[in-house]
Design a protein around this ligand. Structure first.
Ligand SMILES: C[S@@+](CC[C@H](N)C(=O)[O-])C[C@H]1O[C@@H](n2cnc3c(N)ncnc32)[C@H](O)[C@@H]1O
Length: 256
């Protein structure tokens, strides 16, 4: 019944919103029960019931990814703990809200979290660029700009595009201080890929198919698209580099 009224398709694209809805619906159901049966619950038993109901809704009704099960179960406890034991000043809420919205704007919208490329991957990317005589490099969604700065050299013009304001600001500052690379405050989807020899992405499986269509349409012949960790569904990579770092990074290389 709920799944008929609720926009399940939207929750597929924005699972965090689905998780919040699951908590709200669970809250309403439990409140009705408490009032209807005049129940008296301790805050801890309330948190348990709230977590279980929200987890059931998130999986059974909204069909959110499995990891939302844990989040839904734990959220009421963490909420309870935070309010019981930590006394926040009022302004901290505003600061936190601002920080999260300026940093993680894409986590909700495009399911692209912020995780960063490591040193070993920088070195592998440098090799890929050298082997292919590349002189222009683009990092799609450049985060703190580490890849862009690391690959910038006299031979390589290294550019990043980043639209989360705080990340863009910080990485631009770092580029200015180190005189390495350049970060454009730009959305991936409005970026023309045509002028780069190597385009790098460390994004999310959720957008790989859409991104690859853009790559095929815009990138010049002979250039390379390198994806950290996420393959393009149904397309065999021309090369896969398995790195010996802790997370066993795989670089999927597609020749255009
Ligand atoms: C997983 S992080 C990778 C950061 C960096 N490339 C690295 O490897 O260290 C993905 C980044 O892409 C950014 N991003 C996601 N979607 C974007 C979009 N549509 N336009 C611009 N940036 C985007 C996010 O803000 C985040 O900083």
């Amino acid at each position: 019944m709920i799944s008929k009224i609720m926009p399940n398709k939207q929750f597929k694209n924005f699972p965090l919103i689905g998780a919040v809805f699951a908590q709200v619906i669970s809250l309403v159901i439990i409140k009705l029960f408490i009032e209807g049966f005049s129940l008296k619950l301790t805050s801890i038993s309330y948190a348990i019931i709230q977590g279980f109901t929200a987890a059931l809704i998130s999986q059974g009704v909204f069909k959110l990814p499995k990891w939302f099960l844990t989040i839904s179960l734990l959220f009421p406890f963490l909420f309870l703990l935070a309010f019981k034991f930590i006394h926040f000043s009022n302004s901290i809420y505003g600061v936190l809200f601002l920080f999260f919205s300026l940093t993680f704007s894409h986590t909700l919208k495009e399911r692209v979290p912020l995780y960063l490329t490591n040193q070993k991957t920088y070195e592998a990317l440098k090799k890929i660029l050298a082997q292919n005589n590349a002189s222009t490099f683009l990092d799609l969604g450049s985060g703190l700009g580490g890849v862009v700065r690391s690959l910038s050299s006299l031979k390589v013009k290294s550019i990043g595009v980043e639209s989360a304001p705080l990340l863009w600001g910080l990485s631009t500052l770092l580029s200015m201080i180190t005189l390495r690379g350049k970060i454009l405050r730009q959305n991936i989807w409005n970026t023309n890929l045509g002028e780069y020899d190597v385009v790098y992405a460390f994004l999310s499986p959720a957008i790989m198919t859409k991104l690859y269509i853009k790559v095929k349409k815009e990138m010049k012949k002979g250039s390379l698209f390198v994806s950290n960790s996420f393959e393009v569904d149904g397309v065999t990579a021309d090369e896969i580099w398995q790195l010996d770092d802790k997370r066993q990074t795989e670089l999927f290389i597609y020749k255009v």
